[in-house]
Design a protein around this ligand. Structure first.
Ligand code: 0O2
Length: 264
């Protein structure tokens, strides 16, 4: 299946890795495929030559996205292994769920244009840190820091950037721990470092961020109303943070009680 991005001037084959509205994507792909067939017929272009050109354009892009898909697998596996090990040691799984995504092609292009950067694969690779994203939803705040520390001490992981929006929440009230890490992937006979953005949050932080994201992008809301709602959402974030802190205290009390009984 093919789609054509006019801004980037490149043809991309969807492998189910790039999230696009499926229906819209299929319609575009179908339309472009028909146009291409008609174009080759009218221009009397040799089919083999035409396919060579397409392959030349497609392959690097496919490889580019495949690298990110592999890096996501690596990082997800690391978290799954840590989850297993923690469950043996601490009697309970610290990870509630893991969600991964590859940034869709349009968002990447919009970001590169917004940042006024060259529209090449090299520039995208160098400047866009969140093409591969892994979101880890934890039960408690202390699990977030413990998991992050365990990930970062692995010798094939390089920390590129850390933003602690739990200790320093965003003005919106957004809380999460963000890590940009580099992980090596092994392709045929080479080793490639690939960047992945890891967002670690509690269930409460994720609940707030998901709803806030949905509400913020609602259309037809006046700016006065949005200001008012922003304050309300920031208040909700405070309530959610206080809930996390109380749940953490309950957990700590249960653990210290258990420890006392084990000593007796
Ligand atoms: P998506 O689809 O969620 O990934 P950079 O990536 O470094 O150029 P920046 O602004 O430094 O940009 O990144 P930052 O703030 O560390 O992380 C951006 C991501 O954090 C966002 O991704 C959101 O996922 C999340 N985020 C940050 N602030 C908020 C907020 O106020 N509300 C919510 N709900 N999420 C937030 P994207 O790019 O929006 O897209």
């Amino acid at each position: 299946m093919l789609t054509f991005n006019k801004e980037y001037g490149i043809i991309v084959r969807n492998k189910g890795m790039m999230k696009m509205k499926e229906q819209q994507f299929l319609q575009t792909a179908d339309k472009v495929a028909k146009e291409l067939v008609e174009f080759t017929r009218q221009a009397d272009i040799n089919e083999e030559y035409f396919l060579d050109i397409i392959e030349e354009k497609i392959l690097p892009v496919e490889q580019f996205f495949a690298n990110y898909a592999c890096a996501i697998m690596e990082v997800e596996t690391k978290f799954k292994v840590l989850n297993e090990q923690f469950s043996l040691k601490y009697d309970g799984n610290p990870i509630e769920s893991i969600h991964s995504r590859i940034k869709d092609y349009d968002s990447i292009i919009r970001k590169i244009i917004r940042k006024n950067l060259p529209r090449t694969l090299e520039s995208i690779e160098e400047n866009i840190n969140d093409i591969a994203g892994v979101r880890v939803i934890c039960s408690f705040v202390d699990d977030i820091y413990r998991l992050a520390a365990c990930l970062l001490q692995q010798d094939d992981i390089t920390l590129i950037r850390k933003k602690d929006y739990i200790k320093n929440p965003k003005p919106s009230g957004y809380r999460s721990l963000h890590l940009i890490v580099q992980v090596p992937i092994f392709v045929e006979n080479e080793k490639r470092p690939v960047k992945v953005e890891v967002q670690l949050r509690t269930i409460a932080m994720d609940f707030w961020a998901s709803l806030e994201h949905k509400l913020r992008y609602k259309k037809n809301i006046s700016s006065e109303m949005m200001d008012k709602l922003s304050h309300e959402l920031t208040d909700c974030a405070e309530i959610s943070a206080s809930l996390d802190s109380r749940m953490q205290n309950v957990k700590n009390l249960i653990f210290s009680e258990n420890n006392k009984q084990n000593v007796q």
